[in-house]
Design a protein around this ligand. Structure first.
Ligand SMILES: Nc1ncnc2c1ncn2[C@@H]1O[C@H](COP(=O)(O)OP(=O)(O)OP(=O)(O)O)[C@@H](O)[C@H]1O
Ligand SMILES: [Mg+2]
Length: 242
C-alpha cells in the first residue's frame, strides 16, 4: 500500500447538495488499525462523509484518500481497500442470500469457489446459514443487518466502514456484532463506525470525532472527547443505548 500508516485521510472536504452545504471544510485522519467513531446527531453529515469516502457521492472541494490512494483518481485501488455496511438496506430484491454474497465477491475478482467458501464462513458466523437460499426479503430486519455486514466483509477489506451497524438490533445481536468488530480490529483492520449511541462509541472505539451541522467540532482520544464540557449541547442530542 502506498501509505501504510494513514488509513483514511480527508482534507478540506466541502460537499453541497444543490445549495445546501452538507459538509463544511472537513479535515481528519484515521490511522491504520484505529477503531474510530464518527458521532453526531441526525442530519449532521455522517452518511454523507461515508458516501464520499466510499466513492458513492461526489464532492466539490477537498481531497480524500485511503492508504494514500485518492478516491477520485485511484478509484480502483481505493475501492478494494474498503468494505461498506450501509445505513439502509440496498440489496437486489431478486437474489438469494448466498447469491448476494457471491456476486459481491465477483466485483473484486474473487472466483466462485473461493467466494462460496467465504460466504459459508460468514453466514455461519452471523447465523444466516439456514437462510442461504432464501431471497433477502424473506429475512427479518436483524438478519438483513447481518447480511449487510457479511457483504461488506466478503473481500476481506483493510478498512471496514459501518453506518450505524447495530441500529434496530436486539441485545444478543448487538453483542455478536460488537464482539466480531473488536476481534477484526485486534487482527489489525481499521474500523470506522458512525453512531449516535454514546455508549457504542465508548465501549468499542479508541478515537472519536464529533460532527455537527457538517463541521467537525471535536476529535481525539475517546476519553478526552467524552469529557469535553464544551460539547454538552451536542451530547444532549445523542442517544444512550436502551
Ligand atoms: N441526497 C441528498 N440530497 C439532498 N440533501 C441530502 C441528501 N442526503 C443527505 N442530505 C442532507 O444532508 C444532511 C446530512 O445528511 P446525512 O445523511 O449525512 O446525515 P447523518 O449524520 O448520516 O444523519 P442520521 O444520523 O440521521 O443518519 C441532512 O440535512 C440531509 O437532509
Ligand atoms: Mg446517516
Amino acid at each position: 500500500m502506498r501509505n501504510s500508516e494513514v488509513a483514511i485521510s480527508i482534507k478540506n472536504l466541502t460537499k453541497f447538495y444543490g445549495k445546501f452545504k452538507a459538509l463544511d471544510n472537513v479535515s481528519f485522519e484515521v490511522k491504520r488499525g484505529d477503531f474510530f467513531a464518527f458521532l453526531g446527531p441526525n442530519g449532521a453529515g455522517k452518511t454523507t462523509t461515508i458516501n464520499v469516502i466510499t466513492g458513492l457521492s461526489n464532492y466539490q472541494e477537498g481531497k480524500v484518500s485511503l492508504f494514500g490512494y485518492d478516491t477520485k483518481y485511484d478509484y480502483i485501488q481505493s475501492r478494494r481497500l474498503v468494505g461498506l455496511c450501509a445505513q439502509e438496506f440496498n440489496f437486489d430484491p431478486f437474489l438469494t442470500v448466498r447469491q448476494l454474497l457471491v456476486y459481491q465477491a465477483g466485483y473484486f475478482g474473487i472466483l466462485p469457489d473461493r467466494a462460496n467458501k467465504r460466504a459459508d464462513e460468514l453466514m455461519e458466523r452471523f447465523q444466516l446459514i439456514e437462510k442461504r437460499n432464501v431471497k433477502h426479503r424473506a429475512l427479518s430486519g436483524g438478519m438483513k443487518k447481518r447480511l449487510l455486514l457479511c457483504r461488506a466483509l466478503m473481500h476481506d477489506p483493510e478498512i471496514l466502514i459501518l453506518d450505524e451497524p447495530v441500529a434496530g438490533c436486539d441485545l444478543e445481536l448487538k453483542y455478536l456484532i460488537w464482539n466480531y468488530l473488536k476481534q477484526l480490529n485486534s487482527e489489525g483492520k481499521t474500523i470506522f463506525l458512525t453512531t449516535h449511541y454514546m455508549e457504542e462509541a465508548e465501549k468499542l472505539c479508541k478515537t472519536i470525532a464529533i460532527i455537527n451541522q457538517g463541521s467537525i467540532v471535536s476529535i481525539g482520544n475517546k476519553k478526552d472527547v467524552l469529557r469535553d464540557k464544551s460539547l454538552e449541547a451536542v451530547f444532549m442530542e445523542l442517544t444512550g443505548l436502551e
